[in-house]
Ligand binder design. Structure first.
Ligand code: EPU
Length: 464
């Protein structure tokens, strides 16, 4: 099983490109099931989760290729679906990745039927799909649970456009909005999705669906209006840049008091993050003419210890839960006490216990954590247990004195392609090595990592 050895502290300095976004690419790939014509997606990096979804799409009868994977922005995925194929997404594949649920809406709309295994909880708590099912039922789908499978059937004359309220106790749902949107584009009549998620990845899906012939307005707002069409066609679409990787890189510059120049930087989706990072003392200097806010070039600099801050994670455009762990890493070294409240996943704090091994000081109060800034972190062996928590440990390792070994980096590989190469290019002393091939919890057998495929056993929860 792979681990990272990091010798710190280091000061990152150099240039990077922001690749295409995993969380945009996965639902876009699933949406390709809505047509039998070829859908071409550019800037899709070879993340482990992309490999898992390709396996799932193939098992659903689609022809899928992924080329040019060494391109730093990501390769090209070509998908051609077959509506006559079996619409069953089996547990063996769904259990490797929660985002597998994104095939439910497209399959139901395009094939009239879907059987998708119910994803379990994940490393940071329960991840229900009740709102996905509520939205699809509102379109007149019949949905039953049978042996852990979601069995969904459309009426013989197709799904019906309806007015649907999609808000839940924790606010809107990104994946639920995307699933219902994909079903509504082929439903008869008008659908209004109220309390839709406004996340940029939903807007990217709207752009793809529109290029396929769908009629949708309202993206980026809580009300999506969809006028159903009879069929969709193929198209070529460039996936939006990854706002979470860009944010991770910005925080890497901050924690190492370094300088990172990012191209293909999606400023449009990161204003809430920039605001927090500027408040702690990070500088953003844009090097282009601001013609395209989605793809900019920026120099991010931090030349001193950061200030403490109070932050609450929120749906977009607020500070994203997917950068909470990375932000905590830099706040461990800030001047003063910070308070970070997690409003999306109240249990998403596995990384704090590992950071404590490096000398960080936290006080947890329910969904909030008080971070007491310490003068320095010290290298230690630490263990990743989810994707963003792993990135947080790598960032802490870059700033810590001495050697940090981050084990179980298969979590990191789900959403960062060879992060060690990325930061080594900027001067970090970081290497990947095989720590212990016999770890019983390593699910790497289920994950396709192009660089070094491995084999081993399963894992208890459905990964993020
Ligand atoms: N929720 C419900 N019922 C539902 C669906 C969601 O109560 O039917 C709750 C969730 O428990 C959570 C909140 O609503 O408290 C938001 O969940 P959401 O459905 O928006 O999350 P998701 O679509 O499953 C995506 C990202 C996550 C990211 C969240 C929030 C993908 C593949 N995943 O998940 O990304 O944290 O949105 O922004 O797009 C990650 O990349 O590390 C990651 C976990």
């Amino acid at each position: 099983m792979d681990a990272f050895r990091i010798k710190g502290p280091c000061k990152l300095d150099g240039e990077l490109e922001v690749p295409g976004a995993k969380n945009a690419a996965l639902p876009l790939m699933a949406a390709a099931l809505l047509t039998e014509e070829e859908v071409v997606l550019q800037d899709v990096p070879a993340y482990a989760d992309v490999g898992n979804l390709i396996r799932l799409l193939r098992s659903l009868g689609a022809k899928v290729t992924h080329d040019d994977v060494d391109n730093p922005l990501g390769g090209t995925v070509r998908i051609q679906s077959d509506h006559a194929a079996d619409p069953t997404a089996p547990y063996e594949i769904v259990k490797t990745m929660r985002a597998s649920i994104s095939v439910l809406g497209p399959l139901l709309a395009a094939r009239g039927r879907a059987s998708v295994s119910l994803p379990g909880g994940c490393a940071f708590g329960a991840r229900p799909v009740d709102l996905h099912l509520h939205g699809l039922r509102s379109l007149d789908a019949k949905i039953e649970l049978d042996g852990g499978q979601i069995e969904a059937t459309a009426p013989a004359d197709g799904l019906k456009g309806r007015i649907i309220f999609m808000g839940g106790p924790n606010g809107p749902t990104v994946g639920g909005t995307q699933n219902v949107l994909c079903a509504a584009v082929l439903a008869k009549g008008r659908t209004i999705i109220e309390s839709a998620a406004c996340e940029p990845e939903v807007s990217d899906l709207v752009r793809l669906l529109r290029a396929m012939g769908a009629k949708i307005t309202g993206e980026g707002s809580p009300r999506l209006v969809v006028d159903g069409v009879e069929r969709l066609h193929g198209c070529t679409h460039r996936v939006m840049p990854d706002r979470i990787i860009a944010g991770t890189d910005a925080i890497a510059a901050a924690i190492t008091c370094g300088r990172v120049e990012l191209s293909n930087y999606p400023q449009d989706s990161l204003l809430g993050v920039e605001d927090v990072l500027q408040r702690i003392g990070v500088r953003f200097e844009f090097l282009d003419d601001a013609k395209d806010l989605l793809r900019r070039t920026v120099r991010i600099t931090a030349d001193r210890r950061q200030e403490a801050v109070e932050v609450t994670t929120q749906p977009w455009p607020g500070f994203p839960t997917d950068l909470q762990a990375q932000l905590l890493a830099v706040l461990t070294l800030a001047d003063g006490n910070s308070v970070v409240t997690e409003k999306i996943y109240s249990e998403r704090f596995n990384h704090t216990a590992e950071l404590e091994r490096m000398g960080a000081v936290f006080h947890r109060i329910g969904p909030a954590v008080v971070v007491r800034g310490v003068p320095r972190l010290n290298g230690a062996p630490v263990m990743a247990s989810d994707l963003r928590g792993s990135a947080c440990l790598v960032l802490a390792g870059l700033a810590a004195y001495g050697e940090t070994v981050v084990s179980r980096v298969y979590h990191l590989d789900r959403g960062y392609h060879r992060l060690e190469d990325r930061y080594r290019r900027l001067g970090a002393d970081i290497e990947r090595f095989n720590a212990d091939a016999s770890d019983p919890d390593d699910p790497a057998a289920a994950i396709e990592i192009p660089a070094k495929p491995k084999k081993s056993a399963g894992k208890k929860t459905t990964p993020t």
